[in-house]
Design a protein. Structure first.
Length: 199
């Protein structure tokens, strides 16, 4: 089933047809692909640097959808309690330049996003929008990332890996199918046996 992405609200089929006719459809379609890719991720690496240029990379994760595409230039997520070093927060206070690196091992895709980020700690309505259901929000804050550029890399050297939950679900489906087929085989054997006895 197609995931609804923010631009679907404004970009109706008629609007998309006009974009195609007037030459802007390809650019907007690429943005829609990016929005869908972001919304599917359960993991992101956030790169920042302090005023002296010392870089720092931090991993952030959550259920798919924890990264929110808020509009055509803004990505937001709830930043919950981590190891309480606050290096990212300190860096962003000194230097808003930031980078997001997203990688999907299953589909062998990666996206790099350049921009600026800021911490928002006093907007409960925004935090409610960003926090995942069932997650604690008492000491969380929002991070808003304004996109200035992005690029998708070639998948050539990305190893293919699968999420443990997805593998477990697939194996469970396989096991149920095997059990159902074994039941059918047993039933057919019983019918053949009964027919042979009756004959």
């Amino acid at each position: 089933m197609k995931k609804l992405i923010p631009s679907d609200v404004a970009f109706t089929p008629t609007v998309k047809a006009i974009q195609q006719k007037l030459g802007s459809r390809a650019a907007y379609a690429r943005m829609e692909d990016l929005a869908g890719f972001i919304a599917d991720q359960a993991s992101v690496f956030l790169g920042t640097a302090n005023a002296a240029g010392q870089p720092y990379i931090q991993h952030r994760g959550g259920p798919p959808g924890f990264l929110h595409v808020l509009d055509d230039k803004t990505i937001g997520f709830a930043d919950a309690r981590g190891n309480r070093q606050f290096i990212t927060l300190g860096n962003l206070e000194e230097n808003p330049k930031a980078h997001l690196f997203l990688i999907d091992y299953e589909h062998r895709q990666r996206v790099k996003i350049w921009g600026e980020a800021r911490v928002v700690g006093d907007d409960p309505a925004l935090l409610d929008k960003l926090i995942a259901p069932g997650e604690e929000s008492s000491d969380a804050r929002a991070i808003l990332f304004t996109v200035t550029a992005w690029d998708a890399n070639c998948p050539k050297y990305i190893p293919q890996r699968f999420e443990a939950e997805d593998v477990a679900r697939t194996l469970e489906q396989r096991d149920r199918r095997i059990a159902a087929l074994e039941g059918e085989v047993a039933g057919l054997k019983a019918k053949l046996h009964d027919a042979a006895v009756a004959g």
